[in-house]
Ligand binder design. Sequence first.
Ligand code: FES
Ligand code: FES
Length: 888
Amino acid sequence: MMRVNGEAVERRPRPGQCLRTFLREQGSFGVKKGCDAGDCGACTVHVDGVPVHSCIYPALRALGREITTIEGLGAGHPDGLHPLQRSFIEAQGFQCGFCTAGMIMTGAALDEEQRADLPRSLKGNICRCTGYRSIADAFAGVRHVERPEAHEPQVGRALPAPAARVVTGTEPFTLDTAPEGLLHMKLVRSPHPHAYIRSIDAGAALALPGVRAVLTYEDAPQGHYSSARHEHYADDPDDTRLLDRVVRFAGQRVAAVVAETVGAAERAVPLVRVDYEVLPAVHDAEAAMVPGAPRLHADKGSESRVADPVRNLAAEIHSEIGDVEAALTRAAVTYEETFSIHRVQHVHLETHASIAWVQDDGRLIVRTSSQVPFLTRDALCRLFELPRDQVRVLTPRVGGGFGAKQEMLTEDVVALAALRLRRHVSLELTREEEFTAATTRHPMKVSVRLGADREGSLGAIALRIVSDTGAYGNHGPGVLFHACGESLALYRCDNKRVDAYAVYTNTVPAGALRGYGLSQLFFAVDCAMDELARRLGLDPLEFRERNVVGPGDELISIEHGPGDVEIGSYGLDQCLKTVRAALSDASTLPAAEGEWQVGVGAAITMLDTTPPGGHFAHARIAERRDGGYLLYSGTPEFGNGTTTVHLQLAANALGVTADRIEIVGSDTDAVRHDTGAYGSTGTVVAGAAVLQAGERLAELQRQREDGGGGGASPEAELLVADGYCDGSKRSVAFNVHGFRVAVSSDTGEIRILLSVHAADAGTVINPMQCRSQIEGGVVQALGAAMYEHVDIDASGKVVTRVLREYHVPVMSDVPRTQVHFARTRDRVTGPLGAKPMSESPFNPVAPALANAVRDATAVRFTSLPLTRDRVYLGLARQAGIDAYSVSR
Ligand code: FES
Ligand code: FES
């Protein structure tokens, strides 16, 4: 027997069971799973008062001990909250909240000395969202949240997220439920990068007790689709089958085993016998375009919208404005270089997960961790030929996404099983599957050619981009289009050319990741601009100031003539001034000394405020009998803070405090349509719909009062109003990041002495949340710039399989970033002049870091990440040292 939160638990754990799964089976859903390997800390509980990672702690060892989970931590404290739980609420030390229980459980066991050294004490706890500042503030007792006060504007204030339950572990995520008779799915995955399946023998697997089905290509719908979800279905090529007979990367789904327990499903997976005919494979994007290379999608016709199956192209773009070659010939100074941007992973702490079931009335329900429930519903309808009213998709709180959940990676296969078996079926990807079989950032090679005259006026930009989309084209065209768009439009220049290719290879598919192509392109373009400025003898920031677009300029990109994006507000000048001032004010920082070389660098980026072609949101606000309101919004909350912003906008319009409104959302039954939480549209598009609904309801209330109806009395008819936004008007947001760094010529270590970020976010609806989005984006980008990388071996297989091999930044890795906002109000797009700020802070970080290292060392690094080894070798090469013999 063990005691859990003071209660005796008589049930005995199964042999080999870890404490995490045992506790979740008792209903302690606050014990989360981020890795199953002891790396992330999300599963932390106390055993006799000592924090342990319960995923690697044998449950049998807990017999006779006292276990405390997050749900029991506050017992005995006033209002049922441990002081640290209260501090996390007051500092809002969370975004998605998936790490929060583990973070608090570790923190609650620290003594004074350990609390004084948090970076060391919290090294076993990963947060992917916050950048750790708000977590450190929670430990320090800093209060960030404000109380909503009546008769004060509700926007522009640090109102708290309506998610205080995350600190007690009681905010439900997708798998925090245990429906009766739940079946569990595990996937058989291909060991080969390219193969044809001759046959599958599931007999031995099906004979295993508890196994209920093995689904293969014979069970899957014939149709092709894309796992990427966009408002416009045709944006992505239809190159994917739910379970295909051809596998195109090592890790692709081959079969789905469904069993009564996770253990039975896991045991059955290796018993599924698959006879493969191995096919030739190609793992390099340049090689894949060469005639004679193995073709991945030769079987696809024009209806699939694969741009060129013969050359393995998912998409290509060719465009020229002016005459680039003539301008380069005329230029007084030119710069030409090829930059290489690597494969990184989102590492949202909650992995992809879904549960599907069929109601008695035949309706298919899917509960899922998704950024796009409506688009997923539509995809399932198309795939299974069901009418819209026969499918409902709902998303509880989502434990991070960063673009990876703008993808249908689990919903289709659990729906297939639920429709077949008429039982609840769940699938949770493991952390290893996230690395080997989910999606990554598109690795790119970007060749940049620039030319300018002596005065520093930019005359030509030419880009050649080769983007590796992996085995499938999900997001391949969109990322390519977006990457070219803003990186070219940011600069005033008469001669621009782009030749860009999204190329299929037999590797894990790439997909949407924070920045959506811009982090790759701006690394190349901004580093090249920095280098061109140095050749001209100009200050790099001043050179950019001379050549970036200004207020009133047309934005000219890959399309001839102005597109549909305009500069609805302009804060880039303010951002540049802020960062320049911060970098110059380095009087208190160390200068170069000994092995350490010191330098500064900055980078600027621009983001269109909504995706092209429309992004739609419907919102509804209804009066309640108790005088409060119900707000229906379709946008999922995955840590980006949209629920808080929506409450603030609605409250502002209605003239009430935000805590009078309850939000109901991210359910296809809640509103008519919502394209989803991507492209940083939660504030700008869905927020505009919410504001409009609030304003309409306020107007109806005025009319009722003018008509003598008074307020919403128990007898009065309750008023309801709707709001819509189609995201058709588009503006731009700007970000500037600056670093002061010290680089060790002895070891290649980069130390960040100063990190400063200035953002042009228009009207900032919630400064606390917006600042935290920027801090989190900067830290995620620093991880990608300095050490994160997904490794692929010579056969095309992903070999990065656990978090400890990947190195997500922990608290001790990251600097505190100064965050500043430009004072602007956008006239084009968002509610009350707001602009988006979720993904864009990621984009200028890597080029700013590379520019600072260049300033410090005179070495231009053209490949990411800037690992210590790579920097060391680069510096040694510059110094003419045989690095190999030195390192020995
Ligand atoms: S789930 Fe236990 S440490 Fe990650
Ligand atoms: S809030 Fe920490 S992982 Fe999302």
